[in-house]
Design a protein around this ligand. Structure first.
Ligand code: GUN
Ligand code: FE
Length: 469
């Protein structure tokens, strides 16, 4: 078994035994030497114990804190444009067709199956503005047993593609209808989430009323923030009475400890302080940030500010539905930032040297501090273990479900992936003398759904799919 705790990015347990109850909760997780004692204590027959194959291991299920279900229909295409133009030319026209329940049902069925197969046990979805199609997405996630938050998108302004929007009243009324419909269904693990698309396509009145609605019913909230510079400029133009982008959401009660905001690439430290104070989370979507040329999120700075952080694929701004891809892109983004800082450090050192030489020849005696440029000396690249932690436990923290699942602590629900590094068509090799830690790392860097032998949500095996679904 491997998992993360808040303190430790990755713990590896060999020869361990884990048991769940019929509701999928972890009853015990102990050294296998305790097997007989545990069998007596929990009254099970030792012949019921399933042993893993050589080199197989369990890891917690992965959490996609930001994914657009309807955009799965055009994944991997149309990414030549920056964010706002991509929305206008590719995204809005396609999302506009989701009033048709047949289209919605077809794509939503695919996206839920595909994400589950790739190890996403929890997904936080954006649907479209269409309430009934969004309910279909909730039905499908529940049918396949995925843990999910489903957002009917709210947007009452759209300057670039005006046919795709609602009136303010309609947006609020339909959100209420959506929330009521989902509550009435009494799904076990699927919940509604209040979803203003982003400040660019929302009026102040809409943001305000959605904030009130979320407060009144204690609902989760998701949106986008500070993804690209052009977007920020637009928001500052549209909301001149607010201090910054964060302030627009904050003063409309949309930044709470149940909020997850996608991207945040360009948030200032001052804004991060507000996130920290409110307990709001950021969803890091590195594939999308690179694919749409939006910017690089400095993960280390987010962690330094103790802001809750999870990973998002942001399909289809991101071109991969797999969180293994997000893990890799997050590490790579961090390495790019590290190299940029190194380069800047080198240049700073050279300037300082020149400056010092000039001061020496001029024999000017000044307090060196004014003339020497200062640099942050240490920058720690995000490790693969930390990325693993963010893809699992971090995602649960970001969605405020870490008391329910996210690792193998006793009392939590068993959301897990059974990994087989040695499946016949595995994309990587396992040599006999390879240390366990290296094998795990190799899976995180090179593995894919072929290595995911089974997926469990709350103790129930959801992949392989049952024959009749
Ligand atoms: N900002 C507003 N809408 C979207 C969207 O659909 N995708 C991304 N990446 N950013 C957005
Ligand atoms: Fe997005």
């Amino acid at each position: 078994f491997i998992h993360s705790t808040q303190r430790c990015a990755m713990e590896v347990f060999e020869n361990h035994i884990l048991g769940t109850n019929s509701a999928g909760k972890i009853l015990f997780f102990e050294d296998a030497q305790q097997q007989t004692k545990l069998a007596q204590k929990w009254a099970f027959d030792e012949s019921m114990i399933e042993e893993l194959g050589k080199n197989e291991f369990f890891m917690p299920g992965m959490v996609d804190t930001h994914i657009h279900a309807p955009q799965y229909s055009f994944i991997g295409t149309g990414m030549e444009r920056p964010l706002l133009e991509w929305l206008e030319h590719t995204t809005f026209p396609i999302e506009d067709t989701y009033g048709d329940l047949g289209t919605a049902s077809n794509v939503y069925n695919s996206v839920v199956r595909r994400t589950l197969k790739n190890g996403t046990t929890t997904a936080c979805y954006f649907a479209t503005i269409h309430t009934d199609a969004s309910i279909v997405l909730a039905d499908i996630a529940s049918h396949y047993g995925q843990r999910a938050f489903i957002g009917k998108i709210c947007m009452d302004s759209n300057n670039t593609y005006p046919q795709y929007k609602e009136s303010t009243e309609e947006s609020i009324k339909e959100t209420q209808r959506f929330v009521e419909a989902l509550n009435k269904k009494k799904y076990d693990r699927v919940k509604p989430i209040v979803t203003p698309r982003f400040a660019v396509t929302c009026s102040e009145k809409l943001l305000n009323e959605l904030g009130n609605l979320a407060e009144e019913h204690q609902l989760h909230i998701q949106s986008h923030i500070s993804e690209s510079l052009a977007e920020i400029k637009e928001v500052l133009n549209q909301f001149p009475n607010y201090k910054n982008y964060t302030d627009v959401y904050d003063r409309n009660k949309l930044l709470t400890d149940k909020t997850v905001m996608a991207h945040g690439c360009h948030l200032s430290n001052e804004e991060l302080h507000v996130f920290r104070e409110r307990g709001a989370a950021i969803s890091h979507c590195p594939n999308s940030n690179i694919s749409l040329c939006s910017g690089f999120l400095d993960v280390r700075n987010i962690l330094k500010h103790k802001v809750k952080l999870g990973f998002g694929t942001d399909v289809a701004g991101g071109y991969s539905i797999s969180l293994l891809d997000t893990i890799r892109k997050a590490v790579e983004t961090s390495k790019i930032l590290f190299m940029e800082k190194q380069k800047r450090q080198k240049e700073t050192n050279e300037i300082n040297k020149l400056q010092k030489e000039k001061l020496d020849t001029d024999k000017v005696n000044v307090n060196g501090k004014d003339s020497i440029l200062e640099m942050e000396t240490e920058y720690k690249v995000l490790s693969i273990e930390e990325a693993f932690q963010l893809a699992t436990l971090g995602g649960c923290e970001a969605l405020s479900i870490d008391h329910i699942t996210g690792n193998f602590e006793v009392g939590k629900e068993f959301d897990a992936l059974l990994i087989n590094p040695e499946t016949t068509d595995s994309p990587f090799e396992v040599f006999s003398n390879i240390p366990k830690k290296d094998m795990i790392q190799r899976f995180l860097y090179l593995g894919d759904d072929r290595n995911i032998k089974a997926v469990y949500v709350s103790g129930r095996c959801v992949v392989p799919f049952p024959n009749n679904s």
